[in-house]
Design a protein around this ligand. Structure first.
Ligand code: HQG
Length: 192
C-alpha cells in the first residue's frame, strides 16, 4: 500500500469509528442510559469519566475520541460543558430531560420532512412528537428532505410557524439549530 492509500484507509477507519461512537452516544445520552448503568442529571448531562468507565467493555472511549465526535458531528448532536467534564445530547431525547430551552419567536415558515406513507395520518392528526419530546422542524428544505428520506419516499411539509406562534404555540431552538414544538395541528400544515 502506498503512503496516500494508507492515509485514506486510516481516515476511513477513523470515520467509521467516529460514526460508531456517535451512534453509541446517541443511544445512551438520548434513549437508554440505563443500558450501561448510567443516570442522566435532570438537564441531560453525564460525567465524562463515568461515561467512559461504564461504556467499557462495550465500547472503548477516550476523551480525545469523544471530543472528536462532538466536534465532527454533522448535526452537532452533542455538547460538552464549559469545563469539559460533562457531556449531553443537544436534542432528540426519548428519556425525560429538561434542556432548559427558552421559548423563541420562530421564522415565518419552518419545514418538516417525512415519508409519503405517513401523509394521510399527518394531514388528519397533525404532526405528533411520537417517541421524542417534540416535533422537529428545520429552517431549510434540504435538511427536511434528508430527514424525510430516513423514513422512505420523502415529502416536505411547510409549517406556518408565525401563525402558530400568534395562536400561543411555543417554539424552542435547540443548541444545534433544530426548531422544536409540541405538536403541529393540521390547520398549520401544507405540502411544499
Ligand atoms: C412522523 C434526526 C404519522 C414524522 C433528524 C416522522 C431529526 C407521523 C416520524 C430528528 C405523525 C417520527 C427527528 C402522525 C409525525 N402520523 N406519522 N400524526 N406525526 N409523524 O425520527 O422528525 O440523526 O422521531 O413525520 O435529523 O423524522 O437523530 O422524527 O417521519 O432532526 O440526530 O413520525 O432525528 O436527527 O420520526 O427526526 P422521528 P423525525 P438525529
Amino acid at each position: 500500500m502506498d503512503a496516500t492509500k494508507k492515509t485514506e484507509a486510516n481516515q476511513q477507519a477513523s470515520k467509521k469509528q467516529l460514526e460508531k461512537t456517535s451512534k453509541f452516544l446517541s443511544f445512551v445520552l438520548r434513549h437508554k442510559p440505563e443500558a450501561i448503568g448510567l443516570e442522566l442529571d435532570p438537564n441531560g448531562w453525564v460525567d465524562l469519566a463515568e461515561l467512559m468507565e461504564k461504556a467499557s467493555p462495550e465500547i472503548s472511549l477516550d476523551r480525545d475520541l469523544i471530543e472528536q465526535v462532538v466536534a465532527s458531528s454533522d448535526k452537532q448532536r452533542f455538547a460538552l460543558s464549559d469545563d469539559g467534564e460533562r457531556i449531553r445530547a443537544n436534542q432528540g431525547h426519548s428519556v425525560k430531560v429538561d434542556l432548559e430551552l427558552t421559548p423563541k419567536e420562530p421564522p415565518a415558515v419552518l419545514y418538516h420532512g417525512t415519508a409519503t406513507r405517513f401523509l394521510p395520518s399527518i394531514l388528519k392528526e397533525g404532526l405528533r412528537p411520537g417517541q421524542r419530546h417534540h416535533v422537529h422542524l428545520s429552517t431549510d428544505v434540504e435538511t427536511a428532505r434528508s430527514v424525510g428520506k430516513r423514513h422512505g419516499d420523502p415529502v416536505i411539509l411547510c409549517v406556518s410557524a408565525t401563525e402558530m406562534h400568534l395562536k400561543g404555540h411555543l417554539f424552542f431552538l435547540s443548541d444545534n439549530g433544530v426548531w422544536l414544538t409540541d405538536e403541529v395541528p393540521p390547520a398549520f400544515l401544507r405540502e411544499d
